[in-house]
Design a protein. Sequence first.
Length: 524
Amino acid sequence: MATLLQDLILITAERAPQAEAIRYANRSLDYAGLAQMMQAAAGGYLRLGIERGDRVAVYLEKRFETVIALFAAPAAGGVYVPINPQLKSEQVGYILRDCNVRVLVTSAERLQALGSELDACAYLRAIVLVGDGATESTRPLTVIRWDELLASDAAGHRAIDADMAAILYTSGSTGKPKGVVLSHRNVVAGAQSVAQYLENRSSDRLLAVLPFSFDYGFSQMTTGFHRGACVVLINHLLPRDIVTAVARERITGLAAVPPLWFQLAPLDWPASVHEHLRYLTNSGGAMPRALVDTLRRKLPRTQLFLMYGLTEAFRSTYLPPSELDRRPDSIGKAIPNAEILVVRPDGTPCAPGEPGELVHRGALVGLGYWNDPEKTAERYRPAPLQPAGVTRPEIAVWSGDTVRTDEDGFLYFIGRKDDMIKTSGYRVSPTEIEEVIYATGLVAEAAAFGVPHPTLGQAVVVAAAPTQGTTVDQAALLAACKKHLPAFMVPLVIQSRATLPRNPNGKIDRKLLAKECEGNFEEK
């Protein structure tokens, strides 16, 4: 049984060494080869001076070296820090400085683009370059090639499952991003839990579409490796590339977030995918019912798992596909090895139907935010309902998300505390407004958000992108809102946009939309 992150690879390599582990650009690497290269890279990190708990950042697109570099860091006793390849130099520089990265694995082209950002990275000691390009550096840093990193096989520092394994940076749309610290236990328990309810198996072929800096994206590897499956890497340019890869690689499991599902659902899926595409998963935001219906109609033999999670605890709930017809708006129940509580501000449990805060307890609860005790104390707090007399209370994640349960214990998402709109004395969920907008069938994407207003507190604004070949019919959308929503929830303004902005994890960036509208309702 795996207890450390690297065990997910090593155990399968011992059991099925010739099984295909990862595939990229028509090349494959089996588990024996992946394990050997991971251990060699870990030895290379040690030769570069990695100490227990040192951070190794990987700033690359998806490729073999990216996977190896990430898993080799904890194998050496260090901590992996995946950096989204879409981030710009200033954002990368902030992450490198914030968690004192010791070794950076990147390409010559990306290194050059970082420019002077590395000058302030006092803790950085070495750079490993993948691919072609110059290795010269004017800075007092060791710069080596990837092949040089693999020229060692020294044993890593001793580790246990409570040790740090990863720091994942959440989106910084409201300021600087926060680094969520995860242990080996967190990541491994998450892989085991998700693989259990998805019924992953060694014959699975999982398409890694999402960035590895996103916990949901990284979990495609951990769940796959846990079961001895094959993970197919893709750096897509167009949604059509994903559909093509699903058919060509005979993919059995596909994970995406709502903005990407909106692009994938309308496409023509080859008939051959019905023979092998076993399941789809969604997380990172609510899936409107109209989108669920479209996917189920296009892929009737494929199961759809609606999930809810947060980086601080990886994954919290899932809705079994068998419940979709009865509870299409539910986020389901707790995943295996987790308990989800819905509580009032004082920590007492809510009654069915009563809105409350979602609290996650169990093995997936992370270690806190890197170097930020204040934010950690806000989010990671003693679990509610603990027995009297406990001298070392269990810590749970208080999500800040408002949910409710039905009489059967199924959960329903109401709104994220940071996204909730406060207007006319009411707290309004943007999701509820967006559902009405999507139900019209007149838009491809929509986002509701609040903008400061002198009398309302916040005005409700909706930004909408039209379906292909059409324009946004603002009057029709407004009429639908007036018909289906109470007056205080009806948008004051509906904007027409060609596309909606996204943060680095692919989610619609409501905070950026709201910031762009600041001052629109100021008194003249």
